[in-house]
Write a protein that binds this ligand. Structure first.
Ligand SMILES: [Fe+2]
Ligand SMILES: [Fe+2]
Length: 268
């Protein structure tokens, strides 16, 4: 399918954010990343980003407390529920990466846009891999309900790039680094080698995503003459409603540029 020709990076990002059809969003996100990389889009931010991106009719979005329990990863049903939940996280992650690039790109510069559009393309790939895997398990994205809490954190931090970086890549995505290895073990123990390989690939990419977030947060603090550690803690307290709990994947966090000293203190 041909995609419409966008002139500015904001137009291309806006189109991908607004796409509500699953395939269309994946293709539009990839097109925005590719066209930017190939120099086909102007570094111009002439469109405000939508506060609520397009969502498909399915899955039904429920408040996290209304989500059914997932069950054991060993059972097929439990595994389908797990991969469905992960597919939803990746689907929303496409929008999280697009939004940070489109909303804060003008103030943060070209490298920021390049890196977060590459994240958007990664998230689209992660989503496709998980949806494909769900299909081999006899299901698909949209077959189960999903929780609608993820976008909220982005929405609450739409006015401040420091707050967005502090809670999205440096808390939510960093959390992914902690929970993926034990998940990977359980999926492999259930004999799902292909599912395990997908989770391993995702984990590798997510280290890079957290690293981009941390790098830009630290650089921003330096420019604003802010103490990174104090600012991060106060932004997390202010904008993140969940808890930051151990166990931490210290080596992955270290590889992403987050030192233990940085997050251990806010752990509850
Ligand atoms: Fe991802
Ligand atoms: Fe990510």
């Amino acid at each position: 399918m041909l995609h419409p020709c966008h002139r500015t990076v904001a137009e291309a990002i806006d189109a991908a954010l607004r796409a509500s059809d699953v395939r269309q969003k994946v293709m539009a996100a990839r097109a925005a990343a590719r066209d930017w990389r190939l120099g086909r889009l102007d570094f111009t931010f002439d469109k405000p980003m939508p506060d609520h991106p397009g969502r498909p009719q399915h899955p039904n979005l429920l408040a996290p407390r209304h989500m059914p329990r997932r069950g054991k990863a060993q059972s097929l049903r439990g595994r389908i529920a797990l991969f469905h939940a992960l597919a939803h996280i990746e689907f929303v992650a496409i929008d999280l990466a697009l939004d940070i690039a489109g909303r804060f790109g003008a103030e943060m510069g070209r490298e920021f846009v390049t890196e977060f559009l590459s994240v958007a393309a990664d998230e689209a790939m992660h989503f496709v891999l998980l949806d494909r895997h769900l299909r081999t398990l006899g299901s698909h994205y949209g077959a189960l309900p999903a929780h609608d809490g993820l976008w909220e954190t982005a929405f609450r931090t739409r006015h401040d790039v420091a707050a967005r970086l502090a809670v999205v890549p440096m808390v939510l995505e960093a959390r992914g680094l902690d929970v993926t290895p034990p998940m990977l073990e359980r999926v492999r123990a259930a004999g799902d080698t292909r599912g395990g390989a997908i989770l391993e690939r995702i984990l590798d990419d997510e280290i890079r995503h957290v690293r981009f977030g941390a790098k830009h947060f630290f650089a921003l603090c330096q420019r604003r003459n802010d103490d990174a550690e104090n600012l991060w803690k106060s932004l997390v307290n202010c904008h993140f409603r969940g808890a930051i709990n151990p166990p931490f994947n210290d080596s992955a966090r270290q590889a992403a540029g987050l030192s233990r000293r940085f997050y251990a203190e806010v752990a509850s």
